[in-house]
Design a protein around this ligand. Structure first.
Ligand SMILES: NC(=O)c1ccc[n+]([C@@H]2O[C@H](COP(=O)([O-])OP(=O)(O)OC[C@H]3O[C@@H](n4cnc5c(N)ncnc54)[C@H](O)[C@@H]3O)[C@@H](O)[C@H]2O)c1
Length: 281
C-alpha cells in the first residue's frame, strides 16, 4: 500500500506502547485514525494528543475480546470516516507462570485479548475493506513468542502462535482471491512499553489466581520489566511497520538478532531434536 493520505487506519490497543506509536505514525503519514482501547483515560489522552497534532481522530472504548464491541468500533469508524484502509489488530496482554499452574482465567483472558481480538477484528472489518475495492492492509501483532515458545508464558505463546497461523492462513486466502488487501504479522522482540503491567486492564470476571511460590512470580516480573525497559522504542518499531505496509511485507521481524532463535527452532524440528533455548527467555 503506497497511498496513506486521507485514508483511514484503525488501531486497537492504541492508548499505550506499540499501538499508540502506530497511531501516531499513521497519523503523521496523513491518515485519519480511529483509536481503540479498553483503558479509557489514556485513550482520551492519546486522542487529544493526535488532535493537537492536526490528525483527524476519533477514540472508541473497545474490548477486543468481545465481537459486539469490535462491531460497534467498526460502525463508529464507518460513521466517522466512511471507509477503513488499514487495520492494526494490536491490543495484547501477558501473564506468567508454569503452564500446569496457570489458571483457566489466565488462559481465557490472554487468549481472549491476543487471539480472539485478532479474529474479531478481521471478522468485523475485512468484509467492508474488501467491498470498497481500494488498497488496504491488515497488521496483526504477534511476537517473537509466536515464532519460538519459551518457558513461563504458556497462554501468551499459544495466543501468539495462533496469531501467526491465523495471519498465514489469511495471507493465502487474500492472495488466492486476488484481494487488494495485504496482511502482515508483526513479530517484535522486546519493546519498551507497559505490557509488563497488563493486569491494569484485567476484567473483573477473569480474576488472577494467587501466585504460587514455585512460579517465581515477583522475580520473573522484575526480569521481564528490565528486558522491556531496555527494549526498542515504540516509535522506531512503528517506522518499521509503516515501511513494511508500503512494501507489502508479510513477516515483520523487527529484531534481526533474534532470527537465530527461529532458525534453531526449525533446525531442531527438521532434525527431530529437542527444542533448544529460545535465546531470549
Ligand atoms: N512490548 C513488547 O516487548 C512486545 C513484544 C512483542 C509483542 N508485543 C505485543 O504488542 C502488542 C501491544 O502491546 P504493548 O507492548 O504496546 O503493551 P501496552 O500494555 O503498552 O499496550 C497494550 C494496550 O492494549 C490495551 N488492551 C488490553 N486489553 C485490551 C482489550 N481487551 N481490548 C482493547 N484493548 C486492550 C491496553 O489497555 C494497552 O493500551 C501486544 O499484542 C503485545 O503482545 C509486545
Amino acid at each position: 500500500m503506497q497511498d496513506f493520505k486521507g485514508r483511514t487506519a484503525v488501531v486497537t490497543g492504541a492508548a499505550s506502547g506499540i499501538g499508540r506509536a502506530l497511531a501516531e505514525r499513521f497519523g503523521s503519514a496523513g491518515m485519519r485514525v480511529v483509536l481503540a482501547d479498553v483503558e479509557e483515560a489514556p485513550l482520551r489522552e492519546a486522542e487529544e494528543s493526535l488532535l493537537e497534532r492536526g490528525v483527524e481522530t476519533i477514540a472508541v472504548r473497545t474490548d477486543v475480546r468481545k465481537l459486539e464491541s469490535i462491531e460497534e468500533l467498526h460502525a463508529r469508524a464507518i460513521e466517522a470516516f466512511g471507509k477503513v484502509h488499514v487495520l492494526c489488530n494490536n491490543a495484547g496482554v501477558g501473564s506468567g507462570g508454569l503452564t500446569w499452574q496457570t489458571a483457566n482465567t489466565d488462559w481465557e483472558w490472554v487468549l481472549g485479548v491476543n487471539l480472539w481480538g485478532v479474529i474479531n477484528g478481521v471478522r468485523s472489518f475485512l468484509p467492508g475493506m474488501l467491498e470498497h475495492g481500494e488498497e488496504g492492509h491488515i497488521v496483526n501483532t504477534a511476537s517473537m513468542a509466536g515464532m519460538v515458545a519459551g518457558p513461563f508464558m504458556g497462554p501468551y505463546n499459544v495466543s501468539k502462535f495462533g496469531v501467526v497461523a491465523f495471519s498465514e492462513t489469511l495471507f493465502h486466502e487474500l492472495k488466492l482471491t486476488g484481494a487488494k488487501i495485504g496482511v502482515s504479522v508483526l513479530c517484535p522482540g522486546w519493546v519498551n512499553t507497559r505490557i509488563g503491567d497488563s493486569s491494569r486492564n484485567r476484567p473483573e470476571e477473569l480474576p488472577a489466581a494467587p501466585l504460587v511460590p514455585s512460579e517465581g512470580g515477583p522475580q520473573m516480573q522484575d526480569v521481564m520489566r528490565n528486558l522491556l525497559a531496555s527494549g526498542m522504542p515504540p516509535a522506531e518499531l512503528a517506522e518499521i511497520v509503516l515501511r513494511s505496509v508500503e512494501e507489502r511485507r508479510f513477516y515483520i521481524l523487527t529484531h534481526p538478532d533474534m532470527k537465530d532463535a527461529i532458525r534453531a527452532r526449525f533446525d531442531a524440528i527438521l532434525e527431530e531434536r529437542d527444542p533448544g533455548s529460545t535465546g531470549f527467555m
